[in-house]
Design a protein around this ligand. Sequence first.
Ligand SMILES: Nc1nc2c(ncn2[C@@H]2O[C@H](COP(=O)(O)OP(=O)(O)OP(=O)(O)O)[C@@H](O)[C@H]2O)c(=O)[nH]1
Length: 451
Amino acid sequence: MSIVTVQLGQCGNQIGFEVFDALLSDSHSSQGLCCKRENEAYQASCKERFFSEEEKGVPIARAVLVDMEPKVINQTLAKAAQSGRWKYGQHACFCQKQGSGNNWAYGYSVHGPRHEESIMNLIRKEVEKCDSFSGFFIIMSMAGGTGSGIGAFVTQNLQDQYSNSLKMNQIIWPYGTGEVIVQNYNSILTLSHLYRSSDALLVHENDAVHKICAKLMNIKQISFSDINQVLAHQLGSVFQPTYSAESSFHYRRNPLGDLMEHLVPHPEFKMLSIRNVPHMSENSLAYSTFTWAGLLKHLRQMLISNARMEEGMSHHTQPNFSWGLTMLPRLVLNPWFQEFKTSLANMVKPHLYKNLEGFKDPALYTSWLVPVNAFNVWKTQRAFSKYEKSAVLVSNSQFLVKPLDMIVGKAWNMFASKAYIHQYTKFGIEEEDFLDSFTSLEQVVASYCNL
Ligand SMILES: Nc1nc2c(ncn2[C@@H]2O[C@H](COP(=O)(O)OP(=O)(O)OP(=O)(O)O)[C@@H](O)[C@H]2O)c(=O)[nH]1
């Protein structure tokens, strides 16, 4: 089944390019460490998911590109065409001459409705090209105006027009230091709207990915392109083909559907994170060896200590072994408890390795789901990208409670002093809308806290 990707704004388009490039490079890499037949089946499955029929032998990304300024779209199209390995469709772009000036209200209430028909037509044409359609992958930042505002508007439209198809949004969480003064307003408006219309929100924090580039990849001058390559590697390792639950010979047909089924057991809990091991530069990789047991031990520790990378994670944090007791004895029994993050559901995808008992520990999970339902393994025999051994973990857990609480708090402080509100009311987003967003996100924080 195929996935249609919608790339929105500068951030969405730049990341989208890296994702397609990573998928295609991996699929054509000779390092898959599996037999020829296996590799061919893998390539065919990847192509069906993400690329449509070849034009003169060049696969075409199943994607729609949307931005209100032409610059990034033009660069993205050119980079794909220059790769010579794949490209975007000739009529898959929508752009205008004027951006949203980092104003969510302008993207959502002005650009969105004004260009609704053209954007939805492009998406419809892309969906019609799929023999069998699984759903949408929507890539956007939440701090700007175009990706976040139009992204929220388009996701809502997709929910209305394709209510039976799945929608997963990849959202970029802004740097804490903040490049955009109203980023907290834009963020809470984006999140609260997506929480209503999307099926799952896959969140990447720019600060965390930046640290991976600095500490693990040893990059000195970190650009968005470096950050996006790390992101694309993580996304690619989740979306590349794995075997279906029933058979080791057939690839999973509906990865979006399976992800939602395994990881989003309740609509109140839609926030997903990705962690990968290992991450390193090509140079270091040549001198490194890994064991499966070591990699998976690190991945589990990253999960429970809420670390985005191995370096610097707490080795003390342990799950609460007095599972089922009330909060107070938990804190007394386990001083590291506050660091520990409870999971609702986890999916691990290592290739080849079988012993994953550590992820089945009931102490990792909320009491209302048994580990057999809360934990899932996706199997494959093919190594991903340049790594001989690697594993990825997708998690629905308390990982975002603190950042979400902080962003809501900062937005609330600004709102209380009415700062910049007139720039939103001017385009039809009223104080009531802000209050609704605060209420719904406070509810999300409370629900995750109570896991
Ligand atoms: N990871 C990553 N973040 C990006 C990239 N480009 C921008 N951002 C982040 O996205 C946010 C700004 O959103 P943009 O996508 O630039 O804005 P836009 O959606 O085009 O909206 P307007 O500029 O208002 O038209 C900030 O938090 C940036 O840190 C990128 O290529 N990669």
